[in-house]
Design a protein around this ligand. Structure first.
Ligand code: HEC
Length: 142
């Protein structure tokens, strides 16, 4: 294929993969106090790191480790750690629901991972991340 053809495919791929570009931004700004905003973003980066670690552990058949990490960092056991009760009142209802569902999905993942079936466990990771994506569509810090 010539260079022009390749560029067309690249541009088409970018347009398809970023449907939100150019669409109106309907996310609710949270307008958190500065310290809370900093804390939120820090814990978000931590969430991504945890998901990445979990995927690595599943790839190495470290099911128990993945279960423990998910429960401690993202599951229902992590609520106090993230100051969930403080931030919940700033979230619109839809965002808070994704938050609750994410914590529940992580605890569910932990129970499923313990059973040691990688494919089923990967599917359960997807149920966590769909709530990350869902909430991100509803809210932004500013
Ligand atoms: C209850 C809502 C909610 C859930 C659930 C959620 N996030 Fe977020 N996240 C946010 C908001 C709000 C922002 C700020 C986005 C903005 O202002 O553009 C954010 C930002 C981030 C950022 C950027 C951090 C930075 O420093 O800019 C990352 C990375 C992130 N989230 C990862 C995740 C991952 C991974 C998950 C799931 C395991 C997750 N989030 C679940 C609300 C959520």
């Amino acid at each position: 294929m010539n260079k022009f053809g390749k560029n067309i495919i690249l541009v088409a791929a970018l347009v398809i993969s970023t449907p939100s570009q150019g669409e109106p931004d309907t996310r609710t700004p949270l307008n958190l106090p500065a310290q809370m905003e900093k804390h939120l973003l820090g814990s978000m980066r931590q969430h991504l790191e945890v998901i990445n670690q979990i995927l690595g552990m599943l790839g190495r058949d470290e099911f128990t480790e993945a279960a423990e990490l998910a429960e401690a960092e993202l599951g229902m056991s992590s609520l106090d750690k993230h100051g969930a009760s403080h931030i919940a009142k700033f979230y619109p209802k839809a965002s808070a629901q994704f938050g609750t569902n994410m914590h529940k999905a992580a605890s569910r993942f932990a129970r499923i991972a313990e059973e040691g079936d990688a494919l089923v466990a990967y599917r359960a990771v997807g149920e966590i991340t769909q709530n990350c994506v869902g909430c991100h569509a509803t809210a932004k810090v500013r």
